[in-house]
Design a protein. Structure first.
Length: 303
C-alpha cells in the first residue's frame, strides 16, 4: 500500500505514516519498501501485543482492556494492584515473562520469555466469600477447551491443573479481595504452556511439565490462543453468573471424570487416600475410605 494511501485512509501526513512505521519496526514488525509501490507487511513479531490479541477476541468484557508488559513480577500481583485502584471488570494483564510468577503456597511458576501465556483477569462476581471457591474452576475449564481446540487431549487435575499425557501444561491461581461478607474482586491467573521446550526448563521441571509445542511438534502463535482462552473464560464466567457455582462444580466433575477413581491427596503433612465420590457443591473433593467419606478442601493430588 502506498504511503499516500495510508496517509489518506488515516487522515495523517506522510511524515506521520513514516514515523508510525518506524515505531512498528522497533516493535518487531518488518516491512518491504518499494519506491513507487509503497509498503508491504512481511513479518509480525511473536509478541502478545494487545492489538494482536484483540484481532482474535469475541468477548464483550473479558480482555477488552489489556495491559501488556514485556516483563513483570507476576501478572496476578499487577492485576491485584490494578483492581485495588478500581479497574474495570474484565481487565486483563498479559506479560512475555514473569520474574516472580507464582503458584499456590508461594511456589514458583516458571515463566520463560515469549514462550507461553501468563495472564490474569479481574472479575467482580456477586457471590459471597463462602461460595466463591468453585469460581476457580472456570479457568481450568477454559484452558481445557482451549487445549482441545489446539488439538491435544487434556485432563483436569483437582483442584486447578490441566495435564496432557500426565504432564502439567497449565496451572491456574485465584486470589481474592474479601471485605466482611462480600467479595470485592477475584483475580484469576492462568499460566498456559505454548512454545516452551525441554531446553527452557531445568531437569526437574522438564520431567513433569509439557507444552503445546512439545505435544504436537508444532509452533503456535500465541495471540489466537489467548483470544480463544479469554472467550472460553467469559463463557464459563457467564454460566457461573447465570447458573451458580454448583453448575461449575458439576461441569468440572463431568470433564474431570474423577468419580470412582482411587486418589491420594497431600495436605500439609497429611495424606488422604480413598475412592473419589466426586466434588461437593463447594468444590471440595470427597474421598471414601473404609466406608467413611472425608471432605478434602485443598491439597496436591499425588495419585
Ligand atoms: C499453580 O500452582 O499451578 C498455579 C500457577 C499459576 C500461574 C499463573 S501465570 C499467570 C499468573 N501470574 C502468576 O504469578 N501466577 C499465575 P501450583 O499448583 O502450586 O503448582 C506450582 C508447581 O507447578 C511448581 O512447584 C512446579 O512444580 C510446577 N510448575 C512451575 N512452573 C511450571 C510451568 N511453567 N509448567 C508446568 N508446571 C510448572
Amino acid at each position: 500500500m502506498s504511503g499516500d494511501l495510508i496517509a489518506g485512509k488515516l487522515g495523517i501526513s506522510r511524515t506521520a505514516v513514516w514515523k508510525c512505521l518506524k515505531q512498528l519496526e522497533e516493535l518487531g514488525y518488518a516491512f518491504e519498501k518499494r519506491k513507487g509501490t509503497g509498503y508491504r507487511l512481511i513479518a509480525t513479531p511473536d509478541r502478545l501485543y494487545p492489538w494482536e490479541i484483540e484481532r482474535f477476541l469475541a468477548t464483550s468484557s473479558l480482555g477488552r482492556e489489556i495491559v501488556y508488559r514485556d516483563s513483570v513480577d507476576s501478572t496476578n500481583a499487577l492485576t491485584f494492584r490494578l483492581a485495588l485502584e478500581g479497574c474495570k471488570e474484565g481487565t486483563c494483564v498479559v506479560a512475555e515473562s514473569q520474574l516472580a510468577g507464582r503458584g499456590r503456597l508461594d511456589r514458583q511458576w516458571h515463566s520463560p520469555y515469549a514462550k507461553n501465556l501468563y495472564l490474569s483477569v479481574v472479575l467482580r462476581p456477586r457471590v459471597s466469600p463462602a461460595r466463591i471457591y468453585p469460581l476457580s474452576f472456570i479457568s481450568s475449564l477454559a484452558a481445557f477447551d482451549t487445549l482441545v481446540a489446539a488439538g491435544v487431549a487434556p485432563r483436569l487435575k483437582w483442584p486447578n491443573d490441566v495435564l496432557v499425557n500426565n504432564r502439567k501444561i497449565c496451572g491456574t491461581l485465584i486470589e481474592l479481595s474479601v471485605e466482611a461478607d462480600t467479595v470485592r474482586f477475584a483475580v484469576i491467573g492462568i499460566g498456559l504452556n505454548i512454545n516452551m521446550e525441554k531446553s527452557d526448563m531445568d531437569a526437574a521441571l522438564g520431567e513433569k511439565a509439557t507444552s503445546l509445542l512439545m505435544e504436537t511438534k508444532n509452533f503456535f502463535e500465541r495471540p489466537p490462543v489467548c483470544g480463544i482462552l479469554l472467550g472460553s473464560l467469559e463463557k464459563y464466567y457467564e454460566i457461573a453468573g447465570r447458573q451458580g457455582m454448583e453448575e461449575m462444580c458439576r461441569l468440572w466433575e463431568e470433564r474431570a471424570g474423577v468419580k470412582g477413581t482411587y486418589m491420594e491427596i497431600r495436605q500439609m503433612d497429611r495424606v488422604y487416600r480413598g475412592i473419589s465420590e466426586g466434588i461437593d457443591r463447594d468444590g471440595a473433593m470427597l474421598l471414601k475410605e473404609n466406608g467413611v467419606v472425608t471432605r478434602v478442601i485443598a491439597g496436591d493430588v499425588l495419585v
